[in-house]
Write a protein that binds this ligand. Structure first.
Ligand code: NAD
Length: 439
């Protein structure tokens, strides 16, 4: 026996964690909603089981060269919840907390959303665990191109089509479009939506989610007989969805009194000067693009933002921020969910006993995927629509969905969320039943 084995020192290296679905509270939340809806619509247990499991998931390591010469391996995810209704469709998110369960939950919600809107898509979502604010433009481009390369096997204009979400934008989509087109040898704009207009993007896609949120708010206010010019709004998140929602509400005469982002929150009870705030957040010198420091407002604690009294509260940041802890302290009449999954089921139960009128995420923020559908159709047909056509069609589809949700909610005495989810789940379940089970 050798008396002394050679001593080998372990090489230290970072290991990015990868979690599976069921450990994720966000995925558990989506599952819990599905279970409740299954009871409401008396869903066939075999179909419910199929819908509870994402159809296809891919986890990829994305090694890229950082600007300082080092190598960093990011973890990326693409989850296609369902392939039943057509190509799968959903955003790509860059955020530090992204994991497989969160992406799977968001993919499932996309399936229900496309179902509610009657779009020929199923749900998907993607994400890369990274802090986009800490990456240079070059690092973001290399990350995006390498991610596209890694998931190439499961994407395609008739298979899975990406769009922007939190932390990604038109430029991200332009890089995906270019990388995919280079691989296949010809320009394929329909591989992504939310592209720059010069590359086949749809006029009005950038504003579509916020506009859709506001169409829903207007419909709710009409029903509740609340005047726009006597209303106030508080908006959490000042990115794509939050800033456009603020802009649209301000144009309609609603006083936006408080807004917040990941860096903090600000308030002006007389009403924020929204056009000035939009310029402030977009200013080159404002590197973090934050609302914090805006001269026309006082800073407030971020935790106080959601409980600020207002007519309309719009969470437009991220999931699970309205919880059992703060739900009873909301002081709004309308909760318009711009973000995906902002309200936990426990908070939902508390709010169901209050007079808060909820416009649930799967309906409220569906304007984005709706105009993404318009963009995909235009790219395939190579026939582009006017902004007027886009906005008119968007309004028509959003109001139609809003009416169908309210009708079901009233007829069956359901919350708006359960009515919306019932419509979405039922549509996909019907398709699955008609198509049958392969083989
Ligand atoms: P974005 O990256 O453009 O903006 C996100 C905003 O939220 C930023 O202002 C950020 O600072 C803020 N934020 C992040 N974490 C926060 C926190 N903990 N507290 C407060 N603010 C926080 O993202 P987006 O595209 O506007 O997406 C926002 C939400 O809307 C997400 O839930 C997304 O899934 C959903 N959504 C987006 C679209 C779309 O078309 N972009 C469509 C449907 C749904």
């Amino acid at each position: 026996m050798p008396s002394s084995a050679p001593v080998v020192l372990a090489t230290p290296f970072k290991h990015p964690p990868v979690t599976l679905f069921d450990t994720s509270p966000t995925f558990q939340m989506a599952l819990q909603q599905l279970r409740t809806v299954a009871g409401i619509i008396n869903l066939d247990p075999g179909i419910a089981e199929r819908l509870s499991v994402p159809k296809r998931s891919m986890v990829v390591g994305i090694p890229i060269r950082m600007d300082d010469g080092s190598t960093h391996t990011f973890i990326g995810y693409r989850v296609q919840h369902s392939l039943t209704s057509g190509a799968s469709k959903g955003g790509l998110r860059y955020a530090p907390h992204v994991d497989l369960g969160e992406v799977a939950a968001l993919a499932m919600w996309m399936t229900w959303k496309c179902g509610i809107m009657n779009l020929p898509f199923a749900g998907a979502k993607g994400g890369v665990a990274c802090d986009p604010a800490a990456l240079s433009l070059g690092e973001k481009e290399r990350l995006t191109r390498r991610f596209t390369e890694e998931v190439q096997a499961i994407i395609g204009p008739r298979i899975d089509v990406m769009a922007p979400d939190m932390g990604t934008d038109e430029q991200t989509m332009a890089w995906i479009y270019d990388t995919y087109s280079m691989k296949i040898g010809y320009a394929c704009p329909e591989i992504v939506t939310g592209k720059p207009v010069e590359l086949g993007g749809c006029i009005g896609r950038r504003e579509a989610t916020g506009r859709g949120v506001v169409y829903c708010i207007r419909a709710a206010m009409e029903e509740l007989k609340i005047a726009l010019d006597q209303s106030t709004a508080v908006v959490q998140g000042f990115g794509n969805v939050g800033s456009v929602t603020c802009d649209e509400l301000h144009r309609l005469g609603v006083k936006v009194t408080a807004v917040g982002d990941r860096y903090g929150a600000i308030r002006n009870l007389k009403g924020l000067d929204v056009p000035a705030l939009l310029r402030y957040a977009a200013d080159e010198k404002n590197k973090r693009k934050t609302v914090v420091g805006f001269p026309g407002a006082e800073e407030i604690a971020p935790a106080d933002l959601l409980t600020t009294p207002c007519t309309i509260l719009v969470p437009a940041a991220m999931e699970r921020l309205i919880t059992a802890e703060n739900a009873s302290r909301l002081r709004c009449r309308i909760l318009a969910e711009g973000a995906n999954g902002p309200t936990t089921p426990e908070a939902d139960t508390i709010l169901a006993g209050s007079d808060v009128y909820i416009i649930p995420d799967v309906l409220c923020n569906a304007g984005g995927v709706t105009v993404s559908y318009f963009e995909w159709v235009q790219d395939i047909q190579q026939f582009m629509w006017s902004e007027e056509d886009v906005n008119n069609e968007l309004r028509k589809l959003m109001l139609n969905a809003f009416k169908r949700v309210r009708k079901l909610a009233i007829e069956r005495n359901l919350t708006n969320r359960m009515a919306a989810l019932s419509l979405g789940v039922q549509k996909v379940a019907n398709e699955k039943a008609k198509r049958g089970l392969f083989p």
